[in-house]
Design a protein around this ligand. Structure first.
Ligand SMILES: Cc1ncc(COP(=O)(O)O)c(C=O)c1O
Length: 356
């Protein structure tokens, strides 16, 4: 591998790699967590690694504005807003759906980071993409120099962040003496998976990388992932042959739709929070962890296994998400949940029967 694209550091690396002993006991397999939910900018998450390369490229080509698109509560949009704030760039976000009645979660953070929000009044990805390019054209004709990024910051250049992340994990696993069987991560626009797959090919093997799909961002999801991976490989000068079999995308844990919590995700979020003090969200990371839990219980994975925590916990503060989670853990009114001081919380049991 050659030196490859330039990185503009946004967060200290490596991110922590931690055992999760109490969660492991509940899952029945040894689980380690790669903590990309921790970082120093924009409240962290997997998009930061991609933005380190994208912001560097934008600055190198003299751009003054970053433009991207996403779902209304997009983590990529929020991380982009934070990265542009730090780089002194303007940020324009084309977001799906209608403007919310009140700012909360990532929309609130987008505004705090100084981004300009344009709600496209549609959730359709191809319409959003058209709105993105129309916005960029409008900015150009007004004299701005926009750098346009695809959904989820998942260009080949963004994925380069995860090529390097794979080497980072390999070093941490070696140091911890872990030979993991598989790595699970939530997946949607594909940059995370594409980069990790290239990293694995460069390493000549390693744990299987299992992408747990949470939404249909591309018409041909595996095809789009492969294209991003091949582009990232070319950018880092990797002489690797990548084919459809290298993409391990499992859409079977998505549930009825993007953003709709699944019972497995809710249980996984509950267990990880209660047994390890870590927070996942029901849109992304919770579904990744739910898949890991399901596979551990069915014997599909025996461990050790790595859960790549891609962040996104901000969405638990969205009113609708918060209410669903509260219900799922058996919270219920009146507040606060639980009994008198010194007594265990009421109404909260785990299907594994393990108390906290
Ligand atoms: C928290 C979180 N996890 C995982 C993903 C999926 O990553 P990728 O878009 O690289 O597939 C996203 C994408 O928005 C995300 O916000």
């Amino acid at each position: 591998m050659t030196g490859g694209p330039v990185r503009r550091p946004l967060t200290p690396l490596p991110t922590p790699f931690e055992p999760a002993p109490r969660f492991s006991e509940a899952a029945g397999v040894e689980v380690w967590v790669k903590r990309d939910d921790i970082g120093s900018i924009g409240l962290a998450g997997n998009k930061v690694r991609k933005l380190e390369y994208l912001v560097a490229a934008a600055l190198a080509e003299g751009a003054d504005t970053l433009v991207t698109l996403g779902a209304a509560a997009s983590n990529a949009a929020r991380a982009t807003a934070a990265a542009t704030a730090q780089a002194g760039l303007r940020c324009v976000l084309v977001l799906g759906g209608e403007p919310p009645d009140a700012p909360s979660g990532n929309v609130l953070l987008d505004g705090l980071f100084g981004a300009e929000l344009r709600f496209a009044r549609t959730g359709d990805w191809s319409e959003l993409d058209r709105a993105l390019h129309a916005t960029a054209a409008e900015l150009r004709s007004a004299g701005a120099r926009p750098y346009v990024m695809p959904a989820g910051c998942s260009s080949p250049l963004g994925a380069v962040g995860f090529v390097h992340a794979h080497a980072e994990l390999a070093a941490q696993m070696a140091e911890a003496g872990i030979a993991a069987e598989a790595v699970y991560h939530a997946s949607s626009s594909g940059g995370t998976h594409a980069g990790l797959v290239v990293g694995r090919a460069l390493a000549g093997g390693g744990p299987e990388i299992r992408a747990i799909g949470v939404g249909h961002v591309h018409r041909d999801m595996p095809g789009a992932y492969l294209e991003i991976a091949r582009g990232a490989a070319a950018l880092v000068g990797a002489r690797v042959e990548l084919g459809p079999d290298d993409i391990r995308l499992d859409m079977s844990h998505m549930g009825p739709a993007y953003g709709v919590p699944t019972p497995a995700a809710l249980e996984a979020i509950d267990l990880l929070a209660r047994l390890e003090g870590m927070v996942c969200d029901p849109v992304y990371s919770g579904k990744g962890l739910g898949a890991l839990l399901t596979d551990a219980r069915s014997g599909r994975v025996r461990g050790p296994v790595v859960f790549w925590h891609t962040g996104g916990a901000q969405s638990v503060f969205e009113p609708g998400v918060a209410a669903g989670l509260w219900d799922a853990i058996g919270g219920g009114p009146p507040f606060p949940r639980g009994g008198a001081p010194g007594q265990p919380p009421a109404g909260r049991t785990s299907s594994t029967g393990q108390g906290a």
